[in-house]
Design a protein around this ligand. Structure first.
Ligand code: ADP
Length: 414
């Protein structure tokens, strides 16, 4: 599927880049052609207004000559254009490169043409001419040799075509790069989505299978009282609680991520909130024999939603306790500075490998799946914490040293 997408993407990219490049090259050619045409027309007009006597031939003037003839003679020579008509014209050369036979051939072509201005080809050379009636008596003809300009235009065209062809190779590699850069994130997103579906199926299947097993045991002892089967009923309830909890967490995550979550904005005493969370978990901390160091700045207020901020703090504190081995230590800091609230939760322990660091914020991602599940984790805590932080335009970062500690740093703009 991605191979086909890559091919299409690349084709569209190549076409687009090639069209833009061709348009630029064509534009360049058109401008060159236009300026050459304009300078030829300007030159012809300048010489058209000059009296014949003022024109002197030299080697650095334009390749041009001017001929004059009276109207009656012009009409007379019309049928004679194949013969020597040069002698009927009065001609002045601005450049000494024209021979009389060449001039004769050019004039024959000009006389044969009805257009008052055109481009002609005579003896393998190109000329631009203009003929004009002067005072109704004479006809003045200015002929400019444009062979060099045309050759120049042709070599420009060849160069541009060569550039276009060579640039095809360049376009190919650029398109390949753009395609890779564009398709890769989509591919990764699909991969993650696939993982997500497999993870969620697994998360749902585990408690469901356990619940069905418990039900089967209860069913096998139909005649027993509920009280005597309390153990199995309790297990069943635990599994169902786990399922409900999982669904609730997912719904919460979805709501907060899509921005449709309750938008209440109350003034919350963040210092108290953090203290309450620690107090609520002190029994757990003592049970594990963890050392606790807390530094909470008093009266840190934050405008936000109480439930969201409580979840953020509880996920971080809860994880710190959960993933610190017995006898380990936890330290927690809360401070306000420069219109920002800084919350840091650090715990000792085995730490997290660098390749897992960014992924711990993904839904259902757990560094050690079985261990985390035993601890009651569903792999959604940090995803929820990240969504809450992002909801308030803040950042959450993780740093960890394997075999030493893990630090979560939250920064929330006020
Ligand atoms: P869980 O419900 O599994 O705790 P989380 O999203 O909260 O899910 O955390 C994801 C994973 O990140 C955990 O499974 C754990 O491996 C790792 N983790 C989270 N917090 C810590 C911590 N304080 N110390 C070490 N590892 C942690």
């Amino acid at each position: 599927m991605f191979q086909a997408l890559r091919r299409k993407f690349m084709l569209v990219n190549m076409l687009l880049i090639f069209i833009i490049l061709s348009a630029a090259l064509l534009g360049f050619y058109f401008i060159t052609w236009l300026s050459s045409e304009q300078s030829a027309t300007r030159l012809i007009s300048t010489y058209m207004s000059m009296p014949l006597g003022e024109i002197h031939s030299s080697s650095d003037t334009p390749h041009l000559f001017i001929s004059e003839i009276d109207v009656a003679t012009y009409d007379y020579i019309q049928p004679l254009i194949d013969s020597n008509i040069f002698k009927y014209f009065k001609t002045s050369y601005a450049h000494d490169s024209f021979s009389s036979s060449q001039t004769n051939n050019i004039l024959s072509e000009v006389v044969a043409k009805d257009d008052i201005a055109a481009r002609i080809k005579v003896d393998d050379r190109y000329y631009k001419y203009q003929k004009q009636k002067i005072n109704g008596e004479r006809i003045k003809i200015v002929v400019l040799d444009v062979t060099t300009a045309i050759q120049h235009l042709r070599s420009t065209a060849f160069t541009l075509v060569a550039i276009a062809l060579v640039s095809l190779i360049f376009v190919y590699f650029v398109s390949k790069l753009i395609t890779e850069l564009s398709v890769k994130p989509i591919e990764e997103m699909f991969e993650r989505q696939g993982e997500f579906f497999s993870d969620i199926s697994h998360e749902l299947r585990t408690p469901l299978t356990a619940a069905i097993t418990n039900l089967a045991v209860i069913e096998a002892n139909k005649t027993e009282t509920v009280q005597s089967q309390e153990k199995w009923v309790g297990f069943l309830k635990d599994q169902l609680d786990r399922l409900v909890n999982l669904v609730n967490e997912m719904l919460y995550l979805e709501d907060i991520g899509s921005g449709i979550h309750n938008e209440t904005n109350e003034r919350i005493n963040f210092s108290e909130l953090v203290e309450q969370q620690i107090k609520g978990l002190s029994a757990y901390i003592n049970e594990k024999g963890l050392g606790l160091s807390v530094c909470i700045q008093k009266e840190v207020y934050y405008h936000g939603e109480l439930e969201a901020l409580t979840r953020l703090v509880s996920v971080l504190v809860d994880n710190a306790i959960k993933y610190t081995p017995e006898g380990g230590s936890i330290s927690l800091n809360l401070a306000k500075a420069d219109r920002r609230v800084y919350l840091t939760v650090e715990n000792s322990g085995e730490g997290i490998e660098p390749e897992d660091l960014e992924r711990v914020f993904d839904r259902f991602y757990r560094v050690r799946k079985s261990r985390s599940r035993n601890e009651g984790g569903q792999g959604l805590g940090l995803a929820i914490a990240k969504s809450v932080v992002e909801k308030y335009g803040g950042t959450i970062r993780i740093t960890s040293t394997v075999g030493a500690n893990t630090i979560f740093s939250v920064e929330l703009p006020i």
